[in-house]
Design a protein around this ligand. Structure first.
Ligand SMILES: Nc1ncnc2c1ncn2[C@@H]1O[C@H](COP(=O)(O)OP(=O)(O)OP(=O)(O)O)[C@@H](O)[C@H]1O
Length: 759
């Protein structure tokens, strides 16, 4: 065990570290003061004008100072948490940010810096350069405890050669009650996690491991590490973190800001199409078809299906003379112009061959047909026309609603929403676009017009958006409006200067506000700009619970990361979606063949051994080739099974709440029972405030990635029967608890849960 120091020695050590910590906070205060002044100066400098270049530089440096100030403000708690001493007598203090002393020497080493690495990787068996590692426990600006490990092998007995880093510190972190939010763990990162965090940026890194092995927490720290190490590239492009549900996004939402990182977008696949918020999931049959790569061809065919030819020649009639009779406008003379079907076909071919997206190629089609119509009109009027006349005639024709309507019917300007919405609610359109799908598959896709968007629709919308494109040259008016907005922002930024005399928090708010209110330019955070732009290219993408993504969803993700720099986090034994992955090769080979690598995490930090034994039985039944992770903790309360009718659930919930005190409880139910149990427990819908309540009623799918002090799993037999991946769902459900697991059943307890103590 780590050598905890006895009385006087401990007191002396505490005093030494307190002196150091106080000095570090002084440096932090000074750094904030300097940054605040630099921000104020940058905002004030040259506001009256200056060259465009000067303004740009000022904006960029102001953004940089604002970011640094945000970072310095985020590290107030737990600023310094570790110290290393090496064989050469060098001492480093490790903290959540780097700080320099008055002479420019490094007084606090950022946890992400290469020099900090031994703090995480040293083990008694392989201490590297270290002779001692010390964990500092602090509350506000005070040192309240120390935890030392002396890597002096001669004095350590073999059984004491632990492999875990700072066991006491880790255990203290793991014993904390759950708050409904994931917290950062920079002080207790384990060696195997450190490898994940510091792995290089290129290619795809797959982080695989059973439930509770810290895949998510390691991936988020990796985001912070990558932003630190490759700031140049990544802060401009940002990092996208994709999670399984909005609830999960909320659960992990604090980790990166608490590490001082803001250039990260957290979203679900259902949120990747700006303007559409897909909440609902598809029924399994529809999910499977929508997730199939054949859908790319279906969407492409649906687009082509909207590029039509007239039945015969194209004929358009419009009034050329009208007169007012009794206050009503009547057509006195009409004219009909024609373009032959062959001309329309040639126009369509040319537009298609151009390789441009539908809405952009539309211009070519329209132009060709208008040419033919204008020539026909000239012939009809018997008026010899030169090129200029014809150009004018085309313009006039295009301004006629009848002409526009006729051309729109042949080659309409389409939004992705309209294309996909129409396709999925029109059986004939589906028949035409998807001849290769079976009738049953097409049937699974069909739904009433105006149905809400589902997660499975988003990859289809994204596919459609790619094929449709946008024919939207920036108008001079829009440019003027943007310039105007920029001027207003500059005035606002000047106003921010008045805040500089105020307290830290207020200053931060003002700086953040200035950033948030700027619609364009460097003051809007990278994350905000990225989230609003479907075509944004990210610097790195992290996909969590990656086993859930369908092949079509992967296409959508890969579009956002042409450089293919990815972290893919998941556990194939937890795949719940019918359209999800079966192997990483199947997912990644089409995009990064030969450029992906796997890191496995083996230790479970969440679930005590007693609960994990139960989970291992479930795993053995559903995925016999997989080994469960090993729990780092034992001694949790014995998991139990209770035979009880639904009516007794509220009483059981009360019991569990009492047992966990301040802790949180989840009741995980088969999807079909969610509404009923929520009503019985007077719990609201599961999104997004569920984590704020002491009791959350969740389905296995919505519980994915989350954890609670106590979990009640309701009717496991029904969870098993509810979906084709019911076994995986049950595995997810029984691995969410950090302390207590109760399984409630009325009739049957599945044999795989027979290890549970019966009550
Ligand atoms: N090094 C660590 N120090 C302290 N706590 C840790 C550490 N690693 C993981 N944990 C904690 O263990 C719990 C599980 O971690 P996490 O949610 O990242 O696991 P996971 O592998 O993503 O699980 P799942 O597959 O079930 O989603 C979290 O509470 C996390 O904070």
């Amino acid at each position: 065990m780590g050598s905890r120091q006895p009385g006087p020695a401990l007191a002396e050590a505490l005093l030494t570290e307190q002196t150091r910590l106080t000095a570090l906070y002084d440096r932090l205060d000074a750094a904030r003061e300097r940054t605040r002044a630099a921000l104020a100066a940058a905002l004030a400098g040259g506001t009256a004008g200056g060259t465009h270049q000067a303004r740009l530089e000022r904006d960029v440096s102001a953004a940089e100072h604002a970011r640094r100030l945000a970072q310095l403000s985020a590290v107030e708690h737990g600023l310094c948490f570790g110290r290393t001493d090496d064989a050469e007598g060098r001492t480093l203090y490790i903290g959540r940010t780097g700080l320099r002393g008055a002479d420019g020497e490094i007084v606090l080493t950022d946890w992400r810096a290469p020099a900090a690495r031994p703090f995480y990787t040293a083990t008694p068996a392989d201490p590297g350069p270290l002779v001692r590692r010390r964990h500092l426990h602090t509350r506000e600006r005070t040192v309240v405890g120390l935890d030392d490990e002396v890597f002096d092998l001669d004095r350590l007995a073999e059984p004491d050669r632990r492999t875990l880093v700072g066991e006491a510190a880790l255990m203290a972190a793991l014993r904390r009650g759950r708050t409904g939010r994931m917290s950062q763990v920079v002080a207790t990162i384990q060696a195997e996690q450190d490898r994940v965090i510091r792995s290089g940026l290129a290619g795809a890194l797959v982080v695989e491991g059973g439930p509770g092995t810290g895949k998510t927490v390691a991936a988020l720290h990796r985001a912070a590490y990558l932003l630190y190490t490759h700031r140049e590239v990544l802060s401009r492009r940002g990092i996208l973190v994709i999670g399984p549900t909005a609830l999960f996004s909320r659960y992990i939402g604090q980790v990166l800001p608490s590490l001082g990182e803001t250039d990260v977008v957290v979203a679900t696949v259902g949120e990747l199409h700006p303007g559409v918020r897909a909440g609902a999931d598809d029924p399994p049959a529809a999910a499977v078809v929508k997730g199939d790569l054949r859908m790319a061809a279906v969407v492409a065919a649906a687009v082509r299906d909207r590029q039509r030819l007239p039945d015969g020649d194209l004929e358009v009639s419009f009034p050329v003379r009208t007169s007012l009779r009794g206050g009503v406008e009547v057509v006195v003379e009409e004219m009909t112009v024609r373009a032959s079907r062959a001309v329309c076909a040639a126009a369509r071919d040319r537009a298609r061959r151009s390789g441009r997206p539908h809405n952009v190629a539309r211009r070519l089609f329209v132009l060709d047909v208008l040419r033919a119509l204008a020539a026909d009109e000239a012939a009809r009027l018997d008026a010899p026309a030169d090129a200029e006349d014809l150009a004018y005639a085309r313009k006039v024709l295009w301004s006629r609603p009848q002409v526009r309507e006729a051309l729109d019917a042949l080659w309409p300007d389409l939004t992705p929403e309209r294309l996909v919405g129409d396709l999925l609610s029109d059986p004939q359109a589906l028949d035409r676009a998807a001849p290769r799908l079976t009738a049953a598959e097409r049937g699974a896709l069909l739904r009433p017009p105006g149905s809400p968007w589902t997660t499975g629709d988003v990859p289809l919308l994204d596919e459609a958006a790619e094929l449709l494109g946008v024919d939207d040259p920036v108008s001079p008016a829009a440019e003027r409006a943007a310039a105007d907005a920029r001027r207003k922002e500059e005035a606002y930024a000047r106003g921010v200067l008045e805040f500089t005399g105020l307290a830290e928090d207020e200053m931060m708010e003002a700086a953040a506000l200035a950033e948030r209110h700027r619609p364009a330019g460097p003051h809007v955070t990278t994350a905000e700009r990225a989230a609003a732009d479907r075509t944004w290219v990210y610097g790195h993408v992290i996909v969590d619970e990656a086993q859930e993504l369908s092949a079509m969803a992967w296409r959508t993700v890969m579009r956002r990361i042409p450089a293919r720099s990815l972290t893919v986090v998941g556990d194939l034994a937890q795949t719940g979606s019918a359209a999800g992955a079966r192997s990483w090769g199947e997912v990644l080979d089409p995009y990064v063949a030969g450029r992906w690598r796997v890191e496995r995490l083996q230790v479970n930090y969440r679930t005590p051994a007693e609960i994990m034994e139960v989970a291992a039985d479930v795993l053995a039944a559903v995925a016999p080739d997989r080994r469960p992770p090993e729990s780092v903790r034992e001694g949790g309360d014995r998991p139990r099974a209770v035979r009880a009718s639904a009516g007794r659930l509220p009483a059981l919930v009360e019991q569990e709440l009492e047992a966990v005190g301040e802790g949180r409880l989840a009741v995980i139910v088969p999807a079909a029972r969610h509404a009923e149990v929520s009503a019985a427990l007077a719990a609201g819908p599961s999104e997004p405030a569920a984590l704020d309540r002491p009791v959350a009623v969740l389905t296995p799918a919505s519980a994915k990635g989350l954890e609670f002090d106590a979990v009640i799993v309701v009717e496991p037999a029904q969870i098993l029967a509810c979906s084709p991946r019911g076994g995986q769902d049950l595995y997810v459900a029984v691995t969410r608890a950090t302390r207590r697991l109760t399984v409630v059943f009325a009739d049957d307890l599945p044999p795989m849960l027979s290890r549970l103590a019966r009550h």
